[in-house]
Ligand binder design. Structure first.
Ligand SMILES: [Zn+2]
Ligand SMILES: [Zn+2]
Length: 269
């Protein structure tokens, strides 16, 4: 079985000492490709640096400013992100993670909304899909996505709502706008309800898997550092919900991730 982890922060501190071992175990578990999302300009540079250095090990990158860091965004940062994307076409495959986070409110909401829109424009200009982070901000996310759609800023393959936690009703609106839905470790938790309903109702060609490492570790490793090697545990839960063999989930979600990030025509790895 071949898997893709569409969201893992392997360039972050928890992996500095044993990054190579984590990646080796992930590949042994069948994870052929891992996408490293950026959270601010420096972190985006780190993602590119790691993906370039270890591209042969199946690493790709996304660059962008996370809503937590929205207050660091400026025209200069936008110009730097644009230059990075253009100079690293083969490894920068998305803009993200971008969006809104009203749980922590680390940046003023007004600033988050503006920076989200600015980066949707940047993604359109670069013809890249977006990786959207939405935490307790779904109504505003939908409003901004609606405005972006009206302005022609969404590609046919618009991007992914990562760690999707919304309702099935919201999911259908996002699917209509060309978004995929990303699911993580929490779907393996005992108290998971809403996500399971969304997975059951989501078209199988629009679902991707992600770990969001080092966060959101699936059962039975909950409480420990997460790793792309646990992707099959999330896949197993999806197989249970879909009532199909796990091989089918691996093949389906891998193909979906390839379509989402424009990797369809590339060979494995
Ligand atoms: Zn996120
Ligand atoms: Zn993340």
């Amino acid at each position: 079985m071949v898997w893709i982890d569409t969201h893992a922060h392997l360039q972050h501190k928890p992996y500095t000492t044993d990054f190579a071992a984590v990646l080796a175990r992930s590949r042994a578990a069948g994870v052929s490709l891992v996408l490293l999302p950026g959270t601010d300009l420096d972190d985006s540079r780190d993602a590119i640096e790691m993906a370039t250095r270890h591209g042969d090990l199946g690493l790709i990158a996304a660059i962008g400013v996370h809503p937590h860091e929205a207050k660091t965004f400026s025209d200069t940062v936008a110009a730097e992100l644009r230059a990075l994307a253009l100079a690293n076409r083969s490894c920068v495959l998305a803009i993200g993670e971008i969006g809104l986070d009203y749980h922590y409110d680390f940046s003023p909401r007004e600033v988050q909304r503006q920076v989200f829109m600015d980066q949707l424009k940047l993604a359109r200009e670069l013809d890249l899909p977006v990786i959207v982070h939405d935490r307790e901000s779904t109504a505003d996310c939908l409003e901004i996505i609606g405005q972006a759609a009206e302005q022609g800023l969404l590609r046919e393959v618009a991007g992914v709502f990562h760690c999707y936690s919304g309702s099935l009703e919201t999911a259908h609106i996002l699917l209509k706008h060309g978004f995929y839905l990303g699911f993580d470790g929490p779907i393996t938790f005992k108290n998971a309800r809403k996500a399971l309903e969304v997975i059951a109702g989501c078209p199988r060609d629009r679902l991707v898997l992600e770990t969001d490492s080092p966060y959101l570790t699936p059962e039975p490793h909950r409480g420990h550092r997460n790793s792309p090697e646990y992707i099959p545990l999330i896949g197993a839960k999806v197989a249970e919900i879909w009532g199909c063999p796990i091989e089918e989930v691996a093949a389906r979600t891998t193909l979906n991730a390839r379509t989402l990030f424009g990797l369809k025509d590339l060979k494995d790895g």
